[in-house]
Design a protein around this ligand. Structure first.
Ligand code: LRH
Ligand code: MN
Length: 387
């Protein structure tokens, strides 16, 4: 790929940011409140718009229901548009109601299953109002002790709810099914791995795809293999990017393992799936428990840009030749040369070409926005997970 093509691909990159990253978040031990945190979905969107203003590649904001529920989602979509961003993926939430103690769509009690399905269908109504394409489904459903419930029966219940939701989707709308190894369930999770999500999506149809949350795997899992496999099957719908040292830590993407992010983006570039038409939605799903949230999102977007730039610089011809020749070290060397390339000057140039400051972090810090929101956002209920 010529450097001109690389810069064009980087200018065209699109990363979706999560509304909940701008609210307070934490662990069971403590949720630390930070001054200036949004109180409303509008203020979350205003903060997300700052990330796009300084990076130029983050024009879409994911919402989470009910955390971002408003009376008029059409009006919220206009509010976002006035700030240069649009509302993207709608995230369901059937993991914070006492009724879901033994599961939501997999619950033994049909009344509770109907309630959970009702929420999923309401989220499609919201997509109709916001013009969103993607419905993202993550289920905390699972059990904590062997024998607590019937594994197969729970899969039957899950499949029934997924099919009913899929049938409700409009022709341009998609369903993204997210898997997670464990937590909050600690014995069995009903959608624990990519294979289970993939199998359900295959049964559902073309507009059902898998979400890879990079924090949802057993330690040592080769995530780029899952990426390559699902791309080959046309079943990779999206990423929830973050990073972790241990479990679902939801740290800044690329912070814990930038080499893993590079290897993932290498499989994306190799499959020509960076283009918007590929249908892969590159989203962040993070919690900034102790660090300032808007700068952390800007840094996260830059981490994805850096991994992408390095992946675009892989000499594909030399790599293919070394692989064909069985030149193990040669092939590995080609990839490491790209990974060890300092792409920060290239990205600074790309930002300049986009009419942006080459250093988004410094430009945001100079803007005074952080100080302004601390001064303005006094009183009211700061946004959070409401857990
Ligand atoms: C679950 C998850 C899911 C979201 C939530 C915010 O761990 O990754 O994607 O709904 O985090
Ligand atoms: Mn996620």
């Amino acid at each position: 790929m010529t450097e001109t093509d690389v810069r064009a691909a980087l200018r065209a990159q699109r990363i979706e940011v999560p509304s909940w990253a701008y609210g307070n978040s934490g662990t069971r031990f403590k949720v630390f409140a930070q001054p200036g945190v949004p109180r409303t979905p509008e203020e979350k969107i205003a903060d997300a718009a700052q990330v796009h203003a300084y990076t130029g590649v983050a024009p879409v904001v994911s919402l989470h229901i009910p955390w971002d529920r408003v009376d008029d989602f059409g009006k919220l979509a206009s509010y976002a548009a006035e700030r240069g961003v649009r509302i993207g993926t709608i995230n369901t939430n059937v993991f914070q109601d006492d009724d879901y103690r033994l599961g939501s769509v997999t619950n033994p009690d049909p009344r509770i299953r109907r309630k959970a399905l009702g929420h999923l269908l309401e989220c499609v109504d919201i997509m109709d109002a916001t013009g969103s394409r993607d419905l993202k489904l993550w289920f905390s459903d699972g059990t904590n002790y062997p024998g607590q419930d019937d594994i197969r029966a729970r899969q039957d219940r899950l499949a029934e709810a997924l099919a009913a939701t899929y049938d409700r989707l409009g022709p341009e709308q998609r369903m993204l099914l997210e898997y997670k190894l464990f937590e909050p369930a600690f014995y069995l999770t009903d959608v624990p791995d990519w294979g289970t999500a993939y199998a359900h999506c295959l049964k559902l149809g073309e507009r059902a795809r898998v979400v890879i949350d990079t924090g949802h795997h057993a330690p040592g899992t080769n995530i780029e293999f899952i990426v390559a496999f699902l791309l080959r099957e046309g079943k990779l719908g999206a990423f929830d990017f973050n990073s972790r040292f241990y479990a679902d830590d939801d740290l800044m993407v690329g912070a814990a393992d930038p080499f893993q992010l590079f290897r993932i983006m290498h499989e994306i570039v190799r499959a020509d799936a960076l283009r918007e038409e590929s249908g892969v939605n590159f989203m962040l799903d993070q919690c900034h428990n102790i660090e300032p949230k808007i700068p952390a999102q800007i840094r996260s977007v830059m981490n994805v840009q850096e991994a992408t730039a390095k992946a675009l610089l892989v000499d594909a011809g030399a790599l293919a030749a070394a692989q064909a020749a069985g030149d193990v070290l040669g092939a590995n060397g080609v990839l490491m040369d790209a990974y060890n390339t300092d792409v920060r000057p290239l990205l600074a140039q790309v930002r300049t070409e986009m009419g942006l400051d080459p250093d988004p972090m410094a430009a945001y810090a100079r803007s005074g926005y952080a100080e302004r929101i601390v001064a303005e956002r006094v009183g009211g209920q700061q946004a959070g997970w409401g857990a």
